[in-house]
Design a protein around this ligand. Structure first.
Ligand SMILES: [Zn+2]
Length: 205
């Protein structure tokens, strides 16, 4: 499956080049169009199948499925349906800024553990923020992601790595510290489609 995803990404040109703001510290040189992946039925079906099988192959106490952001939620809804489990969503801060939908809030019984589903993990920032915001620390059963994108600059030393199951680790990510970015002040920030930490876009430069 890892190779299949790799080939589909390559074949469909789903790697977008440019600079993409990742968080307050880093920008990334490229981005995978994960929305296109989950909106391609044949790929989505395979992803759902592999995640459902993996969840079923482990023992879990009573759990619910929670999708993170748009792509994670699309995938999560299919997984939850297949498993006949309760479903909820988390919209991260950076996505909220983009497509503000504050009416969506996590609603899961306090007694249930949580299986998180997301599209890409690089720094765990989004996941850690969600865990903090909803106080989920003791309730995370496991985390499923389509892509885990390693980079030597970020060490994921947060207790979540051993709970993380990823389908594809083949796309390492190239990170630049924002303060050293060669596009600083113009292109890099202009390319930012997800977060804008109060900085002005300079698209004209
Ligand atoms: Zn940059």
């Amino acid at each position: 499956m890892e190779k299949y995803i790799y080939e589909e990404i390559t074949k469909r040109n789903l790697i977008k080049f440019g600079h993409f703001l990742l968080n307050k510290i880093y920008c990334a040189r490229d981005w995978i169009d994960t929305r296109e992946i989950v909106e391609t039925k044949i790929i989505l079906n395979k992803l759902v199948d592999i995640i459902v099988k993996d969840i079923n192959s482990n023992t879990h106490s009573d759990y619910a499925i929670v999708g993170i952001d748009l792509v994670g939620s699309l995938l999560a809804s299919r997984v939850a349906f297949a498993l006949q489990r309760p479903l909820s969503y988390i919209v991260s801060e950076k996505e909220e800024l983009n497509n503000a939908r504050p009416e969506i809030e996590l609603s899961i019984e306090k007694t249930k553990n949580i299986i998180l589903i997301t599209d890409v993990i690089v720094t765990y920032d989004t996941i850690l923020q969600a865990i903090e915001k909803y106080n989920l620390k003791t309730r995370i059963d496991s985390i499923y992601t389509i892509f885990y994108r390693p980079n030597y600059k970020v060490s994921a030393n947060n207790g979540l790595v051993s709970k993380t199951y990823s389908i594809n680790n083949m796309f390492s990510i190239e990170l630049f510290e924002k303060k050293e970015c060669m596009y600083k002040k113009n292109k890099c920030i202009a390319q930012n489609r997800k977060i804008n930490e109060g900085e002005k876009d300079n698209e004209n430069n």
